[in-house]
Design a protein. Structure first.
Length: 221
């Protein structure tokens, strides 16, 4: 975890194989790139990452912030985001690198991609985790979308096993029909996946997605 030396409410978190996550609430700005990770040593740490994910709660990205990520390949934008300061240099960078925007249908992220001639795909939706009955096991569910925007379920199953030194689990995918979400409400979706019923009903991201998706496609079952 690295912290902005400009704003103590902004931090950065990285997990191997995932994008750099920008955490906090409100606005992030160019000054937030001065972080405890670098501590004034002159290291261009922003050049180490090719993906950025903004946490839900971030509402604005100021001019100059994205410009620092010269190797940028993709952005993950929350539906709480309302604006990004685009400089001429940033627009050229986004188009030159053909940056992929992972956002939410009907949100600023989709409009941002369209206005800048970028590829767009719906962001992954973490639904929740359900504990198992044995050996501290559990399964989490995400709705994901492939390169052709076809939806699928992504399950991550884990178990502590019979001893502290023993653990198991794995991941699996389950394809969904292309129109699976058409006309769905959180209630009907919960009936389709009863094992995850409670976490679906309680998940505001799922509710937001279903409402905006069906408003966007204009078709109901």
């Amino acid at each position: 975890m690295s912290y902005s030396l400009h704003n103590e409410d902004i931090s950065f978190f990285y997990t191997f194989g995932r994008p750099l996550k920008v955490c906090g609430e409100g606005k992030v700005c160019e000054e937030d790139l001065d972080v405890s990770y670098d501590a004034g040593k002159g290291r261009s740490w922003a050049e180490e990452y090719d993906g950025l994910e903004f946490e839900k709660g971030i509402t604005e990205v100021g001019p100059g912030f994205l410009d620092a990520f010269r190797g940028l390949k993709y952005l993950v934008l929350p539906y709480t985001l309302k604006s990004i300061g685009v400089t001429p240099a940033l627009k050229a960078l986004l188009q030159e690198r053909n940056v992929l925007v992972r956002g939410w249908y009907g949100s600023f992220g989709e409009r941002f991609a369209q206005e800048n001639g970028l590829r767009f795909r719906q962001a992954d939706i973490f639904v929740g985790a359900v504990p198992g009955r044995e050996y501290h096991s559990g399964t989490s569910l995400e709705f994901r979308f492939d390169e052709e925007e076809k939806p699928y379920c992504f399950f991550d199953e884990g178990s502590q096993g019979w001893a502290a030194s023993n653990s198991g689990g794995g991941t699996r995918k389950q394809a969904l029909e292309e129109d699976f979400f058409v006309g769905q409400t959180v209630e009907s979706l919960a009936e389709c996946l009863p094992y995850f019923r409670n976490v679906i009903l309680e998940n505001e991201d799922v509710r937001y997605f279903l409402e905006t998706f069906n408003r966007r496609c204009g078709n109901l079952r």
